[in-house]
Design a binder for this molecule. Structure first.
Ligand code: MLT
Length: 393
């Protein structure tokens, strides 16, 4: 018997597990200190009342013989897929219900999608980026090449025609840098992918933070994307579902390679390995797209936007280079005094008891950078910003 030796190619701990371990160690050694966490992008505001109401009603349905539900459809209930389809219409995108797959979150789908690709496919990943893309492909033994995202290109690498990739991961607004592609830049990526016959895996988990018309909410706003893109989205950030778990992935019918349909293969994969999201959770997710649901979640998003503005304003005042914070809940900053990412992590934790995420955990180009999240509560964010200002002034 042999374990998968490709696990030797990934770091011992998942990035956010490592941050949590180090924070727990510090907390144990300093039980008197109040730690403020702006590390993992975990939401802090409760679920919207419309969501809670829908979930309560669904619980009641589960208690009655006539309305009880067992296994649901592998691809999600029609009522939720219909709501998602209508949500896409609000930014001018038409998707078929049979192109939408409901899941327990974008992270799982992003990590599992490679099941339908050949192990010989070459994967292009921006650096720095959300570690799930890299780790899940390394685990499978796939070759990874990187597109450099640096301050010079605004953390938005563009296609290099000399590079031949099969699978291209993109995340916009980006985790961790907060940079977001505009529609013309995305068109270049779509044309590049179509010219190679490559597939773009487009992570749109943060689309609800986009506030400018020139930026894309969905890659399917771009002409030609239906023949080269799969889009991943989530209720986590838009509606506070990080603990409730629900997301969706859109796979156009046109996405066919070598006579094989990505849509059909994904349904085959999901029906083999996944038994759907609980009915109660899907009812809650559908309520997000009702009039009251949308107005309630928008109030929450405004709070996170204000937090982002507060953190970004502090960086400006301190003269610290940063990106993000505008169409994104993340602020990506250059560590002061040329500190390394983990060095700054320790410095901030020991001297201000504020936790952030070291940029180098997102890739080589993240070295010397640091990420703060705007998903903390208003009180914690304000206090953390005050402490950071005191420390770095
Ligand atoms: C992050 O902090 O990057 C995200 O919360 C991780 C995730 O969404 O899984």
């Amino acid at each position: 018997m042999n374990f998968n030796a490709h696990f030797d190619d990934i770091s011992e701990n998942y990035l956010f597990a490592e941050v949590a371990n180090r924070t727990a160690k510090y907390t144990a050694a300093h039980p008197d200190k109040k730690i403020l966490k702006l590390g993992i992008g975990d939401v802090t505001l409760p679920l919207a009342p419309a969501v809670i109401k829908a979930m309560h009603e669904a619980v009641d349905e589960m208690s009655q013989k006539q309305t009880f539900r067992g296994y649901g459809p592998y691809e999600g209930y029609d009522f939720l897929r219909e709501s998602i389809k209508n949500y896409y219409k609000t930014f001018g995108v038409s998707v078929g219900m049979d192109e939408i797959f409901v899941s327990d979150g974008a992270k799982s789908d992003l990590g599992n999608m490679p099941d339908i690709f050949s192990v010989d496919d070459c994967v292009l990943v921006p650096d720095p980026v959300y570690p799930v893309y890299v780790d899940s492909n390394l685990m499978a033994g796939r070759k990874i090449i990187y597109a450099n995202a640096t301050a010079e290109n605004g953390f938005l690498p563009m296609p290099d025609k000399k590079v031949k990739a099969d699978i291209i991961y993109m995340c916009s607004p980006n985790n961790p840098t907060g940079a977001a592609y505009d529609k013309s830049q995305l068109k270049e990526w779509v044309d590049y992918a179509n010219s190679l016959g490559a597939i773009i895996l487009y992570d749109a988990a943060y689309e609800c933070f986009i506030s400018e018309e020139r930026l894309a909410r969905s890659i399917f706003q771009i002409e030609g994307a239906r023949t080269c893109a799969i889009e991943f989205c989530s209720f986590s950030k838009i509606a506070g579902f990080t603990g409730t778990r629900c997301g969706y992935t859109v796979i156009p019918k046109e996405l066919v390679r070598g006579g094989r349909s990505a849509n059909k293969m994904w349904l085959r994969r999901q029906s083999t390995k996944f038994n759907g999201v609980p009915y109660i959770v899907q009812r809650g997710a559908a309520a997000v797209f009702t009039e009251s649901g949308m107005s309630e979640i928008n109030k929450n998003i405004q709070v996170y936007r204000r937090n982002a503005k507060l953190i970004a304003g502090a960086m400006e005042e301190l003269g610290v280079f940063f990106t993000g914070g505008k169409n994104s809940p993340y602020i990506w900053l250059k560590c002061p005094d040329n500190m390394g990412s983990w060095q700054f992590f320790d410095y901030l934790l020991s001297n201000a008891q504020v936790v952030g995420t070291p940029g180098e955990g997102f890739g080589e180009n993240g070295k010397g950078f640091f990420r703060l999240t705007a998903f903390g509560s208003e009180e914690v964010t304000a206090e953390a910003v005050g402490r950071i200002k005191n420390l770095l002034k």
